[in-house]
Design a protein around this ligand. Structure first.
Ligand code: ASP
Length: 444
């Protein structure tokens, strides 16, 4: 039973327990209106509360951890040399892997054709979607879904030009308060460079202080992760208990297509890139990233997972702060392989069901739009649904909101999976780039 002392086993067991308890609650504690009743409802509320505490604790660490980590990463080396090279490599890697992900999604949706039967729009799915949209409209649920999409929009989705504006926030304190990662990254880099220009002792004092701050934040991350089994249980149990499974059957082929495409990227494409581009042992990398992957899956938020991702990449994979503190916060903000792939599959699926036959040129524009919008999607649950509406509107699919409201009802499990893929993509960038910078990481 020694293995139970290991954090990842505890978290995994909590995850499995939450699936069992969540399904049991659905099966045995629902009243006629499909809501949890009595003690089960109170238990679910308690779980949500504990899950929220865990999420808050993770988010609480992000700003001081990221800022101190970036400043130590650059200040510790004492020079900015090679930083432009690091930036170019990171952006090139992110663009390459997101494109690979989207092409896998596009291939899967064209080969598996989840929205078609014998080459024709799947009437069952189509009417399921139309009925569901009508029901949702009558019950006001559609408005709620759209409101959620609007909230996600406010949560950070914006056009490309906004990304540049976010890099130089007018107020760094409010950028920090909003968890505005790009602004914090640029500010921290400038701060670190300015710090290296101070005269000897002042620079040394600042660096010592910030290194101490960074060590404190790492210790606090470890404390929060001690509570991860409870947090994961708290987050996943109500999610499973409340998930709208009624549409799962009619959307089964769609869900399978998304799962197959995400699985291909996660288990085949990225390991091959790790092996051949990075010369990194993929199995060792999976092992190093266990905690971060389970946390990403449970929280469905790559931003909230960032402290754990940083910890795994630095402590388990052995990547330097210089590389990891730059690539990972940037990745959590702009690099979303799973999201980009999902956007492409979702748009093509809705097009198939609604009878649109897209030409190669339109499909190519969907690929480009998925690549661009995935950069602007915030690392929070269901954020990509907004981007999907934007893409559908750009390629002139009518009724995009109603379709997205339907996809929303089966989104959570897919969101959990694509978030794990997003976080994995960022971590792969960190090790591959570290390797290319001459660091000895995960070689055997
Ligand atoms: N939940 C995803 C993330 O945090 C974003 C999305 O695809 O909705 O990475």
């Amino acid at each position: 039973m020694n293995f139970l002392k290991k954090a990842h086993w505890q978290i995994l067991i909590a995850l499995i327990a939450s699936l069992i308890v969540g399904i049991s609650l659905r099966e045995f504690a629902m009243d006629d209106s499909g809501k949890l009743s009595g003690a089960a409802a109170s238990f679910s509320t308690l779980c949500t509360f504990l899950g929220q505490l865990f999420l808050n604790a993770l988010k609480m660490i992000i700003v001081p951890l990221v800022v101190s980590s970036i400043i130590c990463g650059i200040g510790g080396v004492g020079k900015i040399d090679g930083f432009a090279r690091l930036g170019i490599k990171t952006i090139a890697f992110y663009a390459l892997t997101s494109s690979v992900a989207i092409l896998i999604g596009l291939t899967a949706v064209n080969v598996m054709q989840p929205g078609l039967v014998d080459g024709k729009p799947n009437e069952n799915v189509r009417s399921a979607i139309e009925n569901r949209a009508a029901e949702m409209r009558d019950s006001g649920e559609l408005d709620k879904s759209l409101a959620k999409i609007d909230t996600a929009k406010e949560g950070g989705f914006g056009p490309i030009a906004d990304i540049f504006k976010r890099m130089l926030p007018p107020n760094i304190v409010s950028a920090a308060a909003q968890g505005q990662m790009l602004g914090l990254i640029v500010f921290s880099i400038l701060f670190a460079v300015a710090m290296t220009k101070l005269d000897g002792s002042a620079s040394h004092t600042m660096l010592n202080f910030i290194q101490g701050l960074n060590d404190v934040m790492i210790t606090m991350t470890h404390w929060v992760m001690l509570a991860a089994p409870i947090g994961v249980f708290g987050l996943v149990t109500p999610t499973i208990a409340d998930a709208g499974f009624d549409l799962f059957v009619s959307l089964a082929r769609y869900i399978t297509t998304v799962a197959a495409a995400l699985g291909t990227h996660f288990f085949i494409a990225m390991p091959l890139i790790l092996l051949f581009v990075g010369r990194v042992n993929p199995l060792r990398h999976f092992r190093a990233m266990r905690d971060a992957l389970i946390t990403a899956f449970s929280t469905a938020s790559s931003s909230a997972t960032l402290p754990v991702t940083l910890d795994c990449v630095q402590q388990e994979a052995g990547v330097s702060k210089r590389v990891s503190s730059f690539t990972l916060p940037l990745g959590a903000t702009v690099n979303m392989d799973g999201t980009a792939l999902y956007e492409c599959v979702a748009v093509m699926f809705v097009a198939q069901v609604l009878g649109y036959d897209f030409s190669f040129a339109t499909q190519l524009s969907i690929v480009l739009l998925a690549l661009m919008t995935s950069i602007g999607v915030a690392g929070v649950p269901s954020a990509s649904l907004v981007a999907i509406v934007v893409i559908m509107q750009s390629v002139k699919i009518e009724g995009a909101e109603a379709a997205i409201a339907v996809l929303f009802s089966v989104d959570r499990l897919l969101d959990m999976s694509r978030t794990a893929v997003n976080v994995f993509g960022d971590s792969c960038a960190a090790v591959v780039i570290a390797k290319s910078e001459g660091e000895a990481v995960l070689t055997d």
